[in-house]
Design a protein around this ligand. Structure first.
Ligand code: C2O
Ligand code: CU
Length: 500
C-alpha cells in the first residue's frame, strides 16, 4: 500500500513564490453565487452500500527523522513521525479494511488513536485504557474498517504535547461520500511548530500556557510551508480538506477571492454552508477539528485565499493561484456529497447528562476520592500519560497527576444503543475543543447562536462561558472524553465514559 503524502497531486502543490505582495486578485463577480437554498429544498441522497472493499496493509515506523521541515535552506529539524514525513496520508474507501502495523523506534512508548473513527474500542489506541503502550522496539497491529467517509487524522495518546508537537500524527481520508466528483482535491494540514531559531525544539508545555489558552508554536505552517501557495485549475470546483493539527490554536476560517461552501464538518457531510468571500461568514476551528470546503477557484491568473481571521493579523492558510482554461461556468453548486451514514440520535427518547469544563481550583473532589474500589483499575505506569500539574477538571474531577497514577474510574456509565443528550458547559474564560472518542454527535444547540446549521462532529468548540448541547447514540467501550488543547487534557481536562 502506498502512502501518498500531501503532495500527491502535483498540480496542486504550488510552485508559486510564497506570499508575494499583490497575490490577491479580487476574484470573479459573475457566476459565483451559491445555490444553497435550492440544495436545501432537494432531498438528500444516501450513498450506495459499499462493495466488499480492499485490504490496505500499512506499516508505520514511529521514529525520529532529521529533515529540513520548511524546505531546503532551513535549519534541519529532528521531527518525530510515523513515516518519512510528518503527516503521512492514508487514503482508503468506505468498506475497505486497514491493517496497520506500528513499529516503535522512538525513545518513548506510542500508540495510534484514530481520531473520529467509529471503530471497535480495542482499536481506539489509548495507552492503558484500550491497549498496552507500544514500548520502544515493540510492534502493534491495528485492524479495522472505517465506517464513515470523510477527513480524519490519527495521533498517539500520551505525551501528546511533546509527541504531536514534534510531528507525530497523520491524515486519513476515507472516500465514498462524493455524489458528484469535484475537479480536484487539496489537503491542507495546519500546524504551528515550537522551534528556536537554531531549529531546536522549545519546551512544548509551559505553566503559563497550560493554565490558560495553551502554549503556542513559534512558526505557523500549512503543509510544512510558511506561506503555502498552490496552482489550481481555473474556474474549477476544488475540494479542500482542511485540518487543524495544532496543539493549541483556534482558527476562524474564511475565504477571499472565490465562492466557497463548507460541505463537511469533522468528515461528516452537511448541506452546504456558504463561506462568504469577504470574510463575513466564517467557521471557527479548534485543535483536531476538520472542515471540507468546496471552492470555485477564480478565473485564470487570479488568486483565492483561505484565511484565518482569528489572529490579530489575518493569516493566509493557503493562496490558490488559478491557471489554465476555465473548467466551469454558472453558479457553484456545492451540494455534491451524500448524506452521512452514522446513526442519528433519537432526541425524543434521550437521557440528558451535564458536563462542566472548569478550572481545577474549583475542584472539591479528586479521582482518588471518587475511585472507590474499581476492579478494572490499572496503573498509569509512567509520567508520559500524567502531568506534574493539574489546572483543569470536568465536573470537579481532574485526570490524575503524577501524585496519583491509578487509572481513574469512568466519569459516567452509559447504556449502549441509547441516545444521550450532553450539555457541555464552559465555566472558564478560555475556548475548549471538546472531543468524544468513538462517536459522531449532532450539535443540537448553543447558548451563543440562535440558529445553527445542522451538522455533526466529533469535536465541538466551546467559547468562553458557552453552553452547547450535543446528542449521540452510545456504542459499547471505554471512550475518552476530553479537551483537545493538548496541554489542557494533560493537566486535568480529561476523563472517559464507560458504555456497557
Ligand atoms: Cu484526537 Cu483523545 O483525541
Ligand atoms: Cu481546553
Amino acid at each position: 500500500m502506498v502512502m501518498p503524502g500531501i503532495s500527491r497531486r502535483t498540480l496542486l502543490r504550488g510552485a508559486l513564490a510564497a506570499g508575494g505582495a499583490g497575490l490577491m486578485a479580487g476574484g470573479e463577480r459573475a457566476g459565483d453565487l451559491l445555490t444553497t437554498d435550492a440544495a436545501a429544498a432537494t432531498p438528500w441522497r444516501s450513498a450506495p452500500e459499499p462493495g466488499p472493499g480492499r485490504l490496505h496493509e500499512i506499516t508505520f515506523e514511529a521514529a525520529e527523522r532529521e529533515m529540513a521541515l520548511f524546505g531546503p535552506g532551513d535549519a534541519p529539524v529532528r521531527i518525530w513521525s510515523y513515516a518519512d514525513k510528518p503527516f503521512p496520508v492514508v487514503r482508503v474507501s468506505r468498506g475497505d479494511r486497514i491493517r496497520a502495523e506500528v513499529h516503535n523506534r522512538l525513545p518513548e512508548h506510542v500508540s495510534v488513536h484514530w481520531h473520529g473513527l467509529r471503530i471497535p474500542n480495542a482499536m481506539d489506541g489509548v495507552q492503558y485504557l484500550t491497549q498496552p503502550p507500544i514500548q520502544t522496539g515493540e510492534r502493534f497491529t491495528y485492524d479495522f474498517a472505517p465506517p464513515d467517509p470523510g477527513t480524519f487524522f490519527f495521533h498517539p495518546h500520551c505525551n501528546e504535547s511533546g509527541q504531536v508537537g514534534r510531528g507525530l500524527a497523520g491524515i486519513m481520508v476515507v472516500e465514498g461520500d462524493e455524489r458528484v466528483k469535484p475537479d480536484g482535491e487539496l489537503i491542507l494540514a495546519v500546524k504551528d511548530w515550537r522551534l528556536g531559531p537554531d531549529g531546536r525544539w522549545l519546551e512544548f508545555s509551559t505553566p503559563q500556557g497550560a493554565s490558560r489558552g495553551g502554549t503556542f508554536g513559534t512558526r505557523r505552517s500549512t503543509n510544512d510551508q510558511r506561506a503555502f501557495a498552490a496552482e489550481v485549475p481555473a474556474a474549477a470546483d476544488l475540494r479542500v480538506r482542511l485540518l487543524n493539527l495544532d496543539s493549541s490554536r483556534v482558527m476562524e476560517i474564511g475565504i477571499e477571492g472565490a465562492a466557497a461552501a463548507i460541505v463537511a464538518v469533522d468528515g461528516h457531510a452537511v448541506r452546504p454552508i456558504p463561506l462568504d468571500r469577504s470574510g463575513q461568514e466564517t467557521w471557527r476551528m479548534g485543535p483536531a477539528m476538520r472542515l471540507d470546503l468546496l471552492v470555485r477557484t477564480p478565473k485564470p491568473g487570479a488568486v483565492a485565499k483561505i484565511v484565518d481571521y482569528q489572529s490579530a493579523e489575518p493569516w493566509t492558510v493557503a493562496a490558490l493561484a488559478a491557471t489554465g482554461k476555465p473548467r466551469r461556468r454558472g453558479a457553484l453548486d456545492a451540494d455534491i456529497l451524500y448524506r452521512p451514514v452514522f446513526p442519528e440520535p433519537d432526541l425524543a427518547h434521550a437521557e440528558t447528562l451535564s458536563w462542566t469544563f472548569m478550572a481545577a481550583s474549583d475542584s472539591v473532589a479528586s479521582f482518588a476520592d471518587a475511585a472507590g474500589s474499581d476492579p478494572a483499575q490499572r496503573l498509569l505506569m509512567d509520567s508520559l500519560c500524567v502531568s506534574e500539574r493539574t489546572y483543569w477538571a470536568i465536573n470537579k474531577l481532574s485526570w490524575p497527576n503524577a501524585a496519583d497514577r491509578r487509572l481513574p474510574p469512568p466519569l459516567g456509565v452509559l447504556t449502549a444503543g441509547r441516545t444521550y443528550r450532553f450539555e457541555l458547559v464552559n465555566a472558564t474564560p478560555h475556548p475548549h475543543p471538546i472531543h468524544l472518542h468513538g462517536h459522531v454527535f449532532r450539535v443540537v444547540s448553543s447558548s451563543e447562536r440562535a440558529r445553527m446549521p445542522a451538522y455533526a462532529a466529533d469535536t465541538v468548540l466551546l467559547s468562553p462561558k458557552e453552553r452547547v448541547e450535543i446528542a449521540f447514540v452510545a456504542t459499547a467501550g471505554d471512550w475518552m472524553f476530553h479537551c483537545h488543547i493538548l496541554e489542557h487534557l494533560e493537566t486535568g481536562m480529561m476523563g472517559y465514559l464507560r458504555v456497557v
